[in-house]
Design a protein around this ligand. Structure first.
Ligand SMILES: Nc1ncnc2c1ncn2[C@@H]1O[C@H](COP(=O)(O)OP(=O)(O)OP(=O)(O)O)[C@@H](O)[C@H]1O
Ligand code: SF4
Ligand SMILES: [Mg+2]
Length: 342
């Protein structure tokens, strides 16, 4: 049987005056019901563009989208805008990075939840309103009975974020994509929201994608983790593969720059030097090469060759020219000891 979500060679390119922006450039992954995938990468690596692409939100906006997105046996890249819109809410929903972009300014928060709920559930307005109040309460909005009639601008940033999460969760989506769902929230609320998403997942056997630039957020929640760099997957594996047997130098960098509870947020172990690549003039060969200390180790390949995403063991995929032996030796002898001893 094919996976619940099956993304194949997804490309999302934006023609601009400065050139073609290759935001997502050949992404392939799949996700089953009841499972959680973490997508991790620095700012600008294409995480949000990927999620908006799955929801069909680039349609009709001049982006070049190619490849295939299969959701529960239906292909969405070739489907009409209307059809994909109809799937939003119940089949798939998203917690957006920017809450305002997801809410209509002229309708109360309650009406927006009620409307979305009633598209998919044949219930009276009163029942839908009760559900909306219940959802607002579950995401930690105080006095949900009165707040249900507020407009988005009447909420503070954190409350707006919670209201948007309530909106996304209100139809019990089969696929939920949470794009940096907790960055604007304090630690207690973050934990509350993540718990809520996990509850939803257990209750409805939903597939969950959690997007973040911080590996720490997805450590405990994810079954699989996809590490993105410059619009491509550079490493994919189980959470254990990524935390205990990572093989890509960029993943090592992300692990080294994870914020730690016992340190100041500004104090990072081994920050990755340099900046993310331009997506218009992507560096030739391995896009990470300008920042990589092991750039000379090409295992006989030409530096100009783009490394393929190769399986190293049991579904663990890595995009790097170094030989598997070299990568493992570096991890065991040089990287892991530094991370462990700090
Ligand atoms: N409509 C657009 N037109 C042109 N370029 C775009 C468009 N949308 C996104 N991009 C570019 O695509 C790249 C990837 O953006 P994206 O928002 O997916 O990054 P991200 O990984 O979500 O980063 P962050 O962690 O900051 O949210 C960025 O360089 C961005 O400028
Ligand atoms: S391919 Fe080369 S430059 Fe790229 S990550 Fe591997 S070692 Fe570094
Ligand atoms: Mg983003």
């Amino acid at each position: 049987m094919s996976p619940f979500l099956d993304v194949k060679d997804l490309k999302i390119h934006f023609p601009t005056d400065d050139g073609l922006v290759r935001s997502v450039d050949g992404l392939t992954f799949s996700l089953e019901r009841g499972k959680t995938l973490g997508i991790v990468g620095e700012s600008g690596s294409g995480k949000s563009v990927t999620s908006l692409g799955i929801l069909g939100l680039h349609k009709g906006k001049g982006a070049n989208v190619s490849g295939e997105i299969w959701l529960d046996g239906e292909e969405l890249v070739g489907a009409s805008q209307e059809h994909v819109r109809g799937l939003r809410g119940k089949k798939m929903a998203m917690i957006f990075q920017d809450p305002l972009s997801a809410m209509h300014p002229f309708y109360t928060v309650g009406d927006q939840i009620i409307e979305a709920y009633r598209i998919h559930h044949k219930v009276s307005k009163a029942v839908a309103k009760k559900h909306a109040i219940d959802m607002l309460g579950r995401v930690g909005i105080p006095e949900p009975r009165s707040r249900v009639d507020s407009y988005p601008h009447e909420f503070s940033g954190g409350m707006r974020q919670r209201a948007m999460i309530a909106m996304a969760l209100s139809c019990d989506p089969e696929l939920l994509i949470a794009d940096e769902p907790t960055t604007a929230l304090d630690v207690t609320v973050q934990a509350q929201i993540l718990d809520l998403m996990v509850d939803l997942q257990r209750e409805f056997n939903s597939a969950l994608i959690i997007i973040t630039h911080d590996l720490g957020v997805v450590a405990e929640l994810s079954d699989d983790i996809l590490v993105m760099y410059g619009g491509k997957c550079i490493e994919f594996g189980t959470a254990d593969d990524i935390f205990y047997r990572p093989e890509h130098p960029y993943t090592w960098g992300l692990l080294g720059s994870m914020p730690r509870l016992d340190r100041e947020p500004t104090e990072r172990l081994m920050p990755i030097k340099g900046s993310p690549p331009s997506l218009i003039n992507v560096p030739p060969g391995c896009a990470f090469h300008p920042r990589c200390p092991y750039v000379e180790r090409t295992a006989g390949k030409a530096k100009s060759e783009v490394p393929g995403l190769i399986e190293t063991e049991g579904g663990h995929l890595v995009r790097c020219h170094m030989s598997r032996t070299e990568r493992r030796e570096l991890w065991e002898n040089e990287i892991k000891p530094v991370l462990e001893n700090q």
